[in-house]
Design a protein around this ligand. Structure first.
Ligand SMILES: NC(=O)c1ccc[n+]([C@@H]2O[C@H](COP(=O)([O-])OP(=O)(O)OC[C@H]3O[C@@H](n4cnc5c(N)ncnc54)[C@H](OP(=O)(O)O)[C@@H]3O)[C@@H](O)[C@H]2O)c1
Length: 334
């Protein structure tokens, strides 16, 4: 089968489309014929081999065999001996490894049935970004009806889901993005949009932030360009920050220092920071799929690339200004 692989760390130029062996499902696994996949910052971070500490697990000088792609939607081709929930021909979506390929194997517990009126491309956008937005707001941010929520990075893959999911929970939503995305972020439901090129929402200086008396119950941070101390200024006394993003050029030491400071300040004060790593699970995937099927959630799809154009897709994503999700489409996926 054709698959995207990399054998050295580096820029998207290390990605090659090669012929490799088709995987065989284990007992608890499903083999999928991939119809669409999507890319996430995780893919380019792993491809670059950073943060350096990660190389202890990925391979010190070169990756063992780099296979990008987590998000997937496709048709079940075969199932392992213990899988009873899915059968060949079912249309499913979820999380796997090495999904930038014609076929991928994954545990049945990481998949959900794709509703008929949801396209493969829409379904492929969900596993990482949709699950992160849902779990971050609901499980870790404890979002409530009427909560005042700010989404920093509202125009990106996670942010576009977060704005819509926060509205579904009945929150009052402010999205932060650059000028060119203000209309798009408003169109997906944000009640207010802050253009970060014009205004720093954390600033106490009225010339930088004219409405600097605004306070939020929850800040969902997909960017990582503000410290917890800066966020505390604009949080209500018992408000929370759920930080998920890290700046592109963050050093391990810088990240570690900022995490320690955040943990200490959060432990000592009433305003909390809750860090987490999202994990795709069947219930959340099914809920996200259902929300799309009911027309309540609309994945924002920025660009589509073919499998052989994976390096262009990751180069674009790595620039850090995708508007919603970047999709890899295999033949006939709509
Ligand atoms: N913890 C977890 O489990 C988890 C899961 C998924 C993702 N993540 C992390 O979360 C982050 C976001 O992921 P993603 O998939 O949404 O990435 P993405 O799609 O690449 O995000 C791009 C978006 O970031 C926005 N942005 C860039 N600079 C900004 C700024 N200064 N202020 C506000 N928005 C800004 C851009 O908007 P403009 O073009 O308008 O600037 C663009 O729309 C990444 O760091 C990723 O690694 C963590």
């Amino acid at each position: 089968m054709k698959a995207i692989v990399y054998r050295e760390y580096g820029s998207p130029d290390v990605l090659k489309c090669e012929e490799i062996e088709k995987p065989v499902p284990r007992d608890d696994e499903v083999l999928l014929k991939v119809r669409a996949a999507s890319v996430n910052p995780l893919d380019w971070r792993l491809m670059k081999g950073g943060p350096l500490l990660m190389r202890l697990f990925l391979g010190l000088t070169k990756p063992r065999l780099g296979r990008p792609g987590v998000d997937v939607a496709g048709e079940v081709e075969a199932v392992g001996g213990n899988v009873t929930q899915f059968k060949p021909g079912d249309a499913v979506f979820g999380a796997s490894r090495g999904t930038l390929a014609e076929y991928a194997c994954t545990k049945a517990s990481k998949l959900a049935m794709k509703p008929d009126n949801v396209t493969f491309e829409q379904a492929a956008s969900l596993a990482v970004a949709g699950s992160t937005a849902l779990q971050g707001l609901r499980n870790h941010g404890k979002i409530q009806q009427g909560s005042k929520v700010l989404i920093n990075g509202a125009a990106g893959g996670v942010g576009t889901f977060a704005v819509q999911i926060a509205k579904i929970f009945g929150a009052e939503v402010t999205g932060v993005c650059s000028s060119r995305n203000v209309d798009m972020v408003r169109s997906i439901g944000a009640d207010e949009v802050i253009d970060y090129t014009q205004r720093d929402f954390t600033s106490s200086d009225p010339s930088n932030n004219p409405s600097n008396n605004q306070r939020y119950d929850l800040i969902f941070d997909c960017v990582g360009n503000h410290s917890f101390s800066e966020f505390r200024r604009v949080l209500n006394p018992d408000g929370k920050v759920v930080p998920i993003g890290a700046p592109h050029d963050a050093s391990v030491m810088g990240l570690l220092a900022s995490m320690i400071k955040t943990v200490v300040l959060s432990a000592l004060g009433s305003q909390k920071a809750v860090m987490f790593i999202a994990k795709a699970n069947q219930n959340d995937l099914a809920q996200l799929g259902q929300l799309i099927a009911e027309g309540k959630l609309k994945p924002v799809i920025d660009r589509r690339y073919g499998l052989s154009e994976a390096s262009e897709a990751l180069r674009y994503l790595e620039e850090g200004h995708a508007r919603g999700k970047v999709i890899i489409t295999l033949d006939g996926a709509q």
